[in-house]
Design a protein around this ligand. Structure first.
Ligand code: NAD
Length: 325
């Protein structure tokens, strides 16, 4: 079996490449331009005879010699800090990059799995969010470069399926965390852990009552591989239904790290979703999938990784931060 993973040198992509090789894929081709990922994330795979790393921007097309069984399209900035810094690159990888990945899969008769996002639901009016919910997205707000790129990518994926017969699947990934997230990527788990370990104040935005559902990366990758093997078209939600407020999470991480840092509040970003919780009934019934790692265990493993890995960039709170606890 041969797989090509776009964005394979990113946080989730590096775990996907690793797991594909572990599960018996003879060759895994990782294509990444390192915009938000790094060759270091896959350095441990370099000695594997079946692993190939290609530095390439998928908006310019994707080539692969020989047969391909699976194309997993994960290339895209994913953290709000990253896509707000790279809005045009985000739109282009979601549109042109996705089209090229679909062309590649279609030409090779490969299964195409697209990493979409819970952000397609926007700031949801339906809770928890089932796949049948069409979402509540601001199409012109700052986050629209990501949300609309992913919605377009879902649309073109379905269009290839309908008009070209491509074997496609769409996965809507909810907040995922684990080793290899960048401490400076602006996402809540690496931000809070790196702050706690550095002994600086822990930052939450707004009053911290907004919720997210956090899935450990190993579980998410397990779900992705089940979709690769299944005939499911989706969209299908993958995430952990356990909802946690950002303030609770900060206190949780403070306890697990033994930190005594204060928790401080920063202004809420524009269009920040207030609640997020996946309805995973479809994944449960069709894939037999549900997260197995508790959030506490996942946090402990992530904290261990951050402890063992030098973190040069800790997000210090802005001067505007106000202490809440
Ligand atoms: P990440 O930023 O760590 O990884 C994305 C990778 O894509 C990076 O290695 C980056 O360099 C690469 N990339 C970006 N543009 C590219 C281009 N034009 N050509 C080639 N490579 C390119 O993010 P992640 O958290 O690993 O997310 C992976 C995928 O999963 C993304 O598509 C993201 O939208 C989706 N997703 C992630 C989450 C999450 O919580 N992590 C949630 C929902 C969806």
């Amino acid at each position: 079996m041969r797989a090509l993973v776009t964005g394979g040198a990113g946080f989730i992509g590096s775990h996907v490449c690793e797991r594909l090789l572990q599960s018996g894929y003879g060759e895994v081709i990782c294509v990444d331009n390192f915009l938000t990922g790094s060759p270091e994330n896959v350095a441990h795979l370099a000695g594997h005879s079946g692993f190939r790393l290609i530095e390439h921007d998928v908006i310019h097309g994707i080539d692969a010699d020989g047969p391909l069984d699976v194309v997993l399209h994960l290339a895209s900035p994913a953290s709000p800090a990253d896509y707000l810094r790279h809005p045009l690159e985000t739109l282009r990888v979601g549109s042109e990059g996705t089209r090229h990945a679909l062309e590649l899969a279609t030409t090779h008769g490969a299964r195409f799995v697209f990493a979409s996002t819970s952000e397609t639901y926007g700031d949801p009016h339906v809770h928890p969010q089932p796949e049948s919910y069409w979402g509540h997205v601001n199409p012109v707000g700052p986050r629209s470069c990501y949300d609309e790129a992913k919605r377009y990518a879902e649309a073109i994926t379905m269009a290839y399926r309908r008009s070209r017969g491509t074997d496609t699947a769409i996965v809507r990934i909810f907040n995922t965390f684990g080793p290899r997230m960048r401490p400076g990527d602006g996402r809540v788990v690496p931000t809070l852990i790196s702050q706690a370990l550095a002994g600086v104040p822990l930052t939450v935005t707004g009053d911290g009552t907004q919720t997210r559902s956090l899935c450990y990366v190993d579980d998410l990758v397990d779900g992705l591989l089940r979709i690769v093997r299944s005939p499911l078209t989706g969209p299908v939600n993958l995430g952990n239904p356990l909802e946690v407020s950002m303030h609770e999470l900060a206190r949780w991480i403070r306890r697990l790290t033994g930190s005594t840092s204060p928790i401080v509040s920063l202004p809420l970003p524009v269009d920040d979703p207030k609640r997020r919780q996946p309805d995973i009934s479809l994944a449960e019934s069709e894939l037999g999938w549900a997260p197995r790692t508790t959030v506490e265990d996942g946090l402990l493993q992530t904290i261990q990784w951050f402890t063992d890995t030098p973190c040069p960039r800790v997000l210090a709170p802005a001067a505007a931060a106000t202490t809440t606890e």
